[in-house]
Design a binder for this molecule. Structure first.
Ligand code: EZ4
Ligand code: CO
Length: 412
């Protein structure tokens, strides 16, 4: 029997290589290091404080091998359950302990999770534009890179913007979409559901004519519609065979999806802002959705997300994990190990990180021909470069707010 791997330290690392990241580094008395992602976009320091002040002191001296026990302890003994700050902190610890176990076993984490169920994880990329011409260039760039699935977002004519439209084109024609802005004041964006609902079918009719039937097309509504509006949108997009329609209405009220489901066969993906299996109970048991969008980083780590995906599997619902650049390379690696191992993997979101981000995080995962593979380095396969990180000090950034034409605050 392997002896205990006592935890010597748990350090919270905050750095901003192109954007802010919070990373937990757990080190055992024998010097084995595990990394976990604790990045919660726009609320980074809340998780950092939770980890530093309340979680790290509990970890020191504990056996890093006892992943389930530590998970249950952090979840139950805090007394205050769930929520994005707590579940991101628990997630970071969980990832770091899986990383340690893998490194000690000399195996990639996906092997510890049951081994590969597929050759690679299908991913979707982002394309966006200020108008359809601009969006066309963006989609073609993604297809040239070999992506088989692309999420399309475009500014709605007459609205001066829309969710998910990149504001700048980086070198090499790559659009970088980062909603959190490093500004003193929170940015406010306008929203008009009627304009959007009229335009969305034109967008996908154009896309099918332009790019053909084979490419998988996705779209994110980002919580902006009421249930009946979402039902109408899903129905109007049916001729264009979407891979999924994402977050078409806020999902705190899970029962809202009953109405949407009665009206449309467009596949539905929900849950990047949710963090517990309880947030999905009705959505899954009543088969109201097709893809679970929760992330390893925000939903309690590999241990909890695996439970959630296996619950979903009993109802023929697949995974579709959140994977924007606000999930760090550590979180992305963990998502890929889990995605490779589970049976009901669906698709993984992939927004490639900035080159500066990769100066701090060195990864073993690799992209080829529309798929990501976690690689075969022991553990999660990510190394953290402290020297590089010191060059990128934390810089506050906030997600925008949305307002309707008359000034009312809306769901962003
Ligand atoms: O706006 O993660 O599907 N992806 C998304 C994301 C979210 C950001 C918020 O931090 O909706 O891009
Ligand atoms: Co989304």
């Amino acid at each position: 029997m392997t002896g205990a791997a006592r935890i010597r330290s748990a350090e919270v690392l905050v750095a901003s290589p192109a954007r802010n990241f919070v990373t937990l580094r757990v080190t055992t008395e024998d010097g084995v290091v595990g990394l976990g992602d604790a990045t919660l976009n726009g609320r980074e320091l809340a998780v950092a404080a939770y980890l530093r002040d309340h979680v790290a002191p509990l970890l020191v001296g504990r056996d890093a091998h006892r992943i389930e026990d530590v998970w249950q302890l952090l979840y139950r003994s805090a007394y205050w359950r769930r929520g994005p700050v707590t579940m991101s902190a628990v997630a970071a610890v969980d990832m770091a302990l899986w990383d340690i176990k893998g490194r000690m076993a000399g195996m990639p984490v996906y092997q510890l999770l049951g081994g590969a169920s597929r050759d690679g994880c299908l991913v979707y990329a982002h394309a966006s534009g200020a108008d359809l011409d601009d969006l066309g260039d963006s989609v073609r760039a993604r297809l040239d890179e070999g992506y088989l699935a692309v999420r399309l977002q475009v500014a709605v004519p007459g609205m001066g913007g829309g969710y998910g439209v990149a504001s700048s084109r980086a070198s090499g024609g790559r659009y970088t979409y980062e909603p959190a802005k490093r500004a003193g004041l929170q940015i406010e964006e306008g929203w008009d559901s009627r304009r959007y609902l009229r335009f969305a079918p034109d967008l996908f009719s154009w896309a099918r004519e332009e790019f053909g039937a084979e490419v998988m097309l996705l779209h994110d509504v980002h919580h902006r519609l009421t249930p009946i509006e979402a039902a109408r949108l899903g129905r109007s997009l049916e001729p264009f065979d979407l891979f999924w329609l994402e977050d078409c209405t806020p999902a705190e009220n899970q029962e809202a999806f009953r109405l949407i489901r009665q009206h449309t066969t467009t596949p539905l993906a929900v849950g990047e802002v949710l963090n517990s299996v309880w947030d999905f109970r009705t959505l899954i048991q009543e088969q109201l959705i097709d893809y679970v969008r929760a992330s390893v980083t925000h939903a309690g780590g590999i241990t909890h997300l695996k439970r959630l995906f296996e619950f979903a599997a009993q109802y023929q619902i697949k995974s579709g994990s959140h994977g924007p650049t606000d999930i760090s390379p550590v979180g992305m690696a963990a998502a890929l190990h889990l995605g490779l191992a589970i049976h009901n993997f669906g698709i993984q979101e992939h927004m490639a990180h900035h080159d500066l981000t990769h100066e701090v995080f060195h990864t073993s995962y690799r992209y080829a021909d529309g798929y990501l593979h976690p690689g075969d380095a022991p553990g999660l396969g990510v190394e953290y470069n402290d020297d590089a990180a010191r060059r990128f000090a934390y810089s506050p950034a906030l997600l925008p707010a949305a307002r309707l034409t008359d000034g009312t605050v809306h769901d962003w």
